[in-house]
Design a protein around this ligand. Structure first.
Ligand code: NDP
Length: 326
């Protein structure tokens, strides 16, 4: 028997229930059952925990939790054997499939990756989808050449932003961190930020599509008017990795930065990244992300805390990364 945070029907509040392995969903082929040690709270978890499941959850009863790290109990997949340590992010686990807010989970083996060398399961969940996505965004910028100069990180005190700031800082990059929380300046500078940009400076659109060229790259977790402003401030030929929509899904921009400055807008989708790309990104996280900085981001939590933290993350009130112990 194990505890799970369950949403029993659409609109119901999540509640802790006792389940057994027999309650877990069947996986037709290549299924792996994992004893979950840790999960996390990402922005998308906040959406799934909302009444109505944020439009992401389709079937009830549902166990949310888009990430988990744990130990293989049984495996019908050739890559894994009992006792292996594994990590899951993406593949709509926690949305369309039961997720990580439970003592056990059963998923397709092809969705898992082995725990990267150099990280333990708790550290892997401190990274989670948000941190993996930060690394994928950095790699997307690198693939476009990422020239020297300042890299802008928006939503910097959040999960994606904190990990992006720490990794870019460890890479020796100048990092300009955009935050709406001035009290987080010390936290962001400790992670690696070299400049703090108040959110208000980028919060509203201006009448003109181009401003002074400032940024050599940008990792944008915010979208909306901020992304539109940033596009007009990119240096010639430089790229923005569009990761999130914490400030809204609309993009009130013009095409002028693309046409007159050759700016690139790169879409980042962490959910369906192929296995080899995930393994490569996790390997680079283990190599680049200083573990002391990761630890400074961690907000420890239990299953009982998850509904509250889900509401807080949607309100932009969580700093860094939540690690849920199971
Ligand atoms: P967090 O809530 O941890 O971080 C978002 C941060 O954005 C906040 O901490 C806050 O930072 C800032 N923010 C919040 N509200 C606003 C607002 N109204 N206007 C401007 N800034 C705001 O979430 P995550 O880091 O987990 O996720 C960030 C985004 O990335 C989400 O939209 C999420 O859905 C998306 N995402 C996308 C993925 C993909 O595969 N494309 C994967 C993972 C996440 P501060 O207080 O410092 O300003």
């Amino acid at each position: 028997m194990f505890d799970a945070l369950m949403i029993e029907k659409e609109g119901a509040a999540p509640a802790i229930r006792e389940l057994s392995e027999a309650d877990l969903p069947e996986v037709a082929e290549g299924g792996v059952t994992v004893r979950v040690c840790h999960s996390t709270v990402n922005y998308k978890d906040g959406l799934c925990l909302m009444p109505g499941g944020g439009g992401l959850v389709r079937h009830y009863p549902h166990v949310p939790g888009i990430d988990f790290g744990g130990v293989v109990e049984t495996s019908d997949h050739e890559r894994y054997s009992p006792g292996d340590e594994v990590v899951l992010t993406g593949w709509r686990v926690g949305e369309a499939h039961w997720g990580g807010y439970a003592g056990m989970a059963r998923v397709k083996g092809e969705w898992l990756v082995p725990l990267p060398e150099g990280l333990n399961l708790r550290q892997a969940m401190a990274v989670g989808t948000a941190g993996l996505t930060a690394m994928l965004a950095i790699q997307a910028l690198e693939d476009q050449g990422l020239p020297p100069g300042e890299v802008l990180v928006t939503g910097a005190s959040g999960g994606v932003g904190s990990v992006a700031t720490a990794i870019l800082g460890a890479m020796g990059r100048e990092v300009a961190a955009v935050t709406g929380r001035p009290e987080q300046e010390g936290y962001l500078r400790d992670l690696g930020a070299t400049r703090i940009v108040p959110r208000a400076e980028l919060a509203e659109t201006v009448g003109r599509p181009l401003e002074s060229e400032v940024w050599s790259g940008c990792i944008d977790a915010v979208g909306g008017a901020m992304l539109a402003r940033v596009l007009g401030q990119m240096r010639h030929g430089c790229s923005v990795a569009a990761v999130g929509l914490a400030g809204g899904p609309h993009l009130p921009a013009t095409v002028i930065p693309f046409l007159l400055r050759g700016v690139n807008l790169l879409g980042i989708d962490s959910v369906t990244k192929p296995y080899e790309d995930r393994v490569r990104a996790w390997g680079r996280i283990a190599e680049l992300l200083p573990m002391k900085k990761l630890e400074a981001m961690v907000v420890p939590a239990t299953l009982e805390d998850v509904p509250r933290l889900g509401a807080e993350i949607l309100g932009g009130k969580v700093r860094g990364r939540v690690v849920v112990d199971l």
